[in-house]
Design a protein around this ligand. Structure first.
Ligand code: GLU
Length: 473
């Protein structure tokens, strides 16, 4: 059975790259009807924080990436890692190292002053029993280093293909530090073995760690999982995506009014698409089509426009009833309404949501777009005024249209359209002339939802009021 894990270190937020890693693990598990395990890699006690762990869980919950096992916290398993490191010493695959960090630094500096590359010189591998017991008696801190065997390490990455590294390029790396805490290599391999992980799917930044970890699997006598390393996401400047690009936590996107499904499509489509078409895919479609082999090797570039577009697609597909609670919440936050509308008022607001949903890309777009419907303060677009309100014929036409409107008893979409078209016909002008002018007067911008719908919703009184403001402009 497929068993995959998402193993974030809670030293930072759940950022875009990590969220995409968790999505691909989750999709892979769901596609194969396997298990998705959450493991918090918090052995770096100084840099990890509970707040960050909570944020990571919250981010996954928001995205809907539910895990089947965990969260397992590595900080609760320090003893296990210690034992496993000792086990390797017992097997002759690792050895105790008494070198102090400052001694190592000194040797490194000396080598570099001679222009030489330095890697751990195996000094402690050569210690006699007497020397070892002397150090033990002195109470020197004792690390455990892995004894890198000679040879070639080969594996086939599911995304990058065959990879091979000569072990002479790998120094005897530390498994357990002098303070008794495990290094990442030890804890990650011990847990992946114990948890029966079959596929390790993670970011490309771990590709250089993989040969060391493969050596550890072999030393423990455990079968290797398959590895798949995901291409890193780049910012628009083609540098690794980071805080500098203004993108921090995945939850930032929740605050900005994006929906999880749009976010999941966005994350997935950076390296893969469930189909040929550029569109929003359902989770079911993504699960069905997912395959690691289809992920692209090249680094995708983070493109916020694409996310906006996907979110807009989702908004336009949502029913008014689904969408309205989010919009009401946002209108409340912006102090546009004090409480959720009810009764007749609610019907009016639902119509507003229906009208605005076509071109809105985020929930945050609604308050601004709703403004002309709610207050008389209209921000007139100067270019629109020049383009649509400067025709001299309007001076006579608009007052006539105003009177037509004033006489109307039922100010409905159909009636407004009929009256306007009749007036245009009588005057021998195109209806578009009146439509564009009206839109500028009533909404203030050259684009809006269908003008007759807009006018009905704004109502006869306000429409006329705004037409009367015309000479001021
Ligand atoms: N804890 C590591 C990180 O956050 C991931 C380890 C792994 O996936 O192997 O980068």
């Amino acid at each position: 059975m497929v068993r995959v894990r998402f193993a974030p270190s809670p030293t930072g937020y759940l950022h875009i790259g990590a969220a995409r890693t968790s999505l691909f693990n989750w999709l892979f598990a769901r596609h194969h009807k396997g298990k998705f395990i959450l493991r918090i890699e918090d052995t770096d006690l100084a840099r990890s924080s509970e707040e960050m762990s909570r944020g990571i869980l919250e981010g996954l919950n928001w995205l809907g990436l539910e895990w089947d096992e965990g969260p397992l916290y590595q900080s609760e398993r320090i003893d296990v890692y210690r034992k496993r490191a000792e086990e390797l010493v017992g097997k002759g695959c690792a050895y105790n190292c008494f070198c102090l960090p400052e001694e190592i630094r000194e040797r490194k500096e000396m080598a570099s002053s001679r222009g030489e590359y330095w890697e751990y010189d195996r000094r402690c591998l050569k210690l006699s029993e007497r020397e070892k017991s002397k150090f033990e008696e002195e109470g020197r801190p004792k690390a455990i280093r892995f004894l890198v065997p000679e040879g070639e390490i080969r594996y086939s990455d599911l995304i990058h293909g065959p990879i091979s590294v000569a072990s002479k390029n790998i120094e005897d790396f530390v498994l357990l530090r002098g303070d008794g805490l495990p290094t990442y290599h030890l804890s990650v391999v011990v847990d992946d073995i114990e948890q029966g992980i079959t596929h390790v799917i993670r970011g490309d930044d771990h590709i250089s760690n993989t040969p060391k970890q493969i050596l550890l699997y072999k030393a423990f006598g455990s079968p290797l999982p398959q590895f798949a390393h995901l291409a890193l996401i780049l910012g628009p400047d083609k540098k690794k995506l980071s805080k500098r690009h203004g993108v921090t936590s995945i939850l930032q996107f929740r605050e900005e009014g994006y929906f999880p499904l749009a976010m999941l499509n966005f994350l997935a489509q950076m390296s893969w698409s469930p189909g040929e078409e550029k569109r929003l895919y359902s989770l079911g479609e993504m699960i069905k089509e997912f395959s690691l082999e289809k992920l692209s090797k090249g680094s995708p570039v983070f493109d916020l426009d694409k996310l906006d577009w996907l979110n807009g697609q989702l908004i336009s597909q949502m029913s008014v009833d689904e969408l309205a609670p989010y919009v009401f919440e946002e209108l409340k936050r912006e102090n546009i309404i004090q409480s959720e509308p009810s009764g007749k008022k609610k019907d009016w607001y639902l119509k507003l949501v229906e009208l605005l949903k076509e071109r809105s890309r985020k929930i945050k777009d609604f308050p601004l777009r709703a403004k002309p419907f709610l207050s008389g303060d209209i921000d007139y677009d100067p270019a629109g005024i020049e383009k649509y309100l400067r025709d001299e014929r309007l001076e006579e036409l608009l007052p006539k249209l105003r009177e037509d409107f004033a006489r109307m008893e039922s100010f409905t979409v159909e009636n407004i359209e009929k009256v306007l078209r009749l007036r245009a016909e009588k005057e021998g002008v195109k209806a578009a002339l009146l439509i564009h002018a009206l839109r500028m007067l009533v909404v203030g911008t050259p684009v809006s939802p269908g003008i007759f719908d807009v006018l009905e919703l704004i109502g006869k009184e306000k429409t006329i009021e705004r037409m009367d403001k015309f000479p001021e402009i």
